[in-house]
Design a protein around this ligand. Structure first.
Ligand code: ZN
Length: 322
């Protein structure tokens, strides 16, 4: 009996020992597995969890976004930082000098050139820096272009960029006929630079030059939520009076030649009216979200009338200030 009790006690102790050893072994294995696991995931790219201040996080910081054009047709929005380098110097190409035109003059600078590459545009800008200030030089800012089509016609799909260029080319000719020199920020279906930010910076740097007598930007409007909204909208900067005079002069000339009846201009803190050194106005010629506006602004006859009106308005303003 005593032997039997002793044997049972021994068996119990043995079982406790075995269980203890198994528990210890399991614990050691768990620690080892955990250590191996930590080692294999030390590369953040494997875990998908990045340390908060690791260089990888900094490298993935997205570039600053370019301000988008606000809906409702206002073309430019807020200005990106102006200290971003945007080269004004053109890439050297064999075709820098524009072809002489019948408007060739004593300065050797054609009054009007409406076709050419961006290098031609920049070369023309350099030429205009030598133009005597007694001559009148008009900055014609042709909105959008290239990768940036601007507003799209609601029925036809026509792009604002191509309409802006068509109208600006006619307008430039009309201004040349009045004896003015005209500089266009683009003379073809391209953007002024490779990105929207650089495009706007380049336009800004041109507008800030003190060589122009007036600056007029050509854009088309849109309000897709209300297709009835139509007609011209004139913008000028909220400070200063010359831009307002110029905008009103252009609006009155448009009312004189078309069925436009609007009598008020609008202020806007837009790059194209804020940045120019010269008195400046933005012409939102029509609403491409309105079927009537969209159709007739593509009609060459209407384009000629509309461009003539803008040219008359610019001339009226310039005569009033002389
Ligand atoms: Zn626009």
């Amino acid at each position: 009996m005593r032997n039997s009790q002793a044997a049972r006690k021994q068996e119990t102790v043995r079982r406790i020992l075995v269980i203890t050893i198994i528990i210890l072994a399991l614990a050691i294995m768990a620690v080892l597995i955990r250590m191996m696991s930590v080692n294999s995931c030390s590369n953040p790219s494997h875990t998908g969890i990045l340390p908060t201040d690791s260089p990888s996080t900094a490298a993935q910081t997205p570039p600053p976004s370019v301000p988008a054009e606000p809906t409702g047709g206002e073309p430019t929005g807020e200005l990106p930082p102006t200290n971003t380098p945007a080269a004004l110097t053109p890439e050297p190409t064999p075709q820098i000098t524009p072809e002489p035109t019948p408007e060739q003059n004593a300065y050797g600078i054609p009054r009007v050139v409406t076709e050419g590459s961006m290098n031609d545009v920049l070369a023309r800008l350099e030429q205009f820096k030598t133009l005597p200030s007694s001559e009148t030089l008009i900055l014609l800012d042709v909105g959008h272009g290239g990768f940036d089509p601007g507003t799209i016609g609601i029925d036809s799909g026509v792009t604002e960029a191509e309409l802006n260029l068509q109208l600006s080319r006619i307008l430039a000719q009309k201004l040349g006929e009045k004896g003015y020199f005209v500089f266009m920020t683009r003379m073809g279906e391209y953007a002024c630079a490779d990105t929207k930010r650089d495009d706007m910076n380049l336009r800004t740097r041109i507008m800030r030059l003190d060589i122009f007598d007036v600056s007029v930007s050509i854009h088309q409007n849109a309000l897709p939520t209300d297709r009835d909204v139509h007609g011209v909208r004139m913008y000028h900067y909220k400070y200063g009076t010359e831009g307002e005079k110029l905008a009103m002069s252009i609006l009155q000339a448009i009312c004189a030649l078309t069925d436009e009846t609007r009598t008020n201009t609008n202020t806007g803190n837009l790059m194209v009216v804020r940045e120019p050194h010269a008195p400046s106005a933005l012409v939102e010629c029509c609403f491409l979200s309105n079927p009537t506006d969209e159709a007739r602004m593509q009609d060459p006859a209407y384009q000629a009338v509309f461009a003539q009106a803008i040219a008359n308005g610019i001339e009226d303003y310039l005569r009033g200030t002389n």
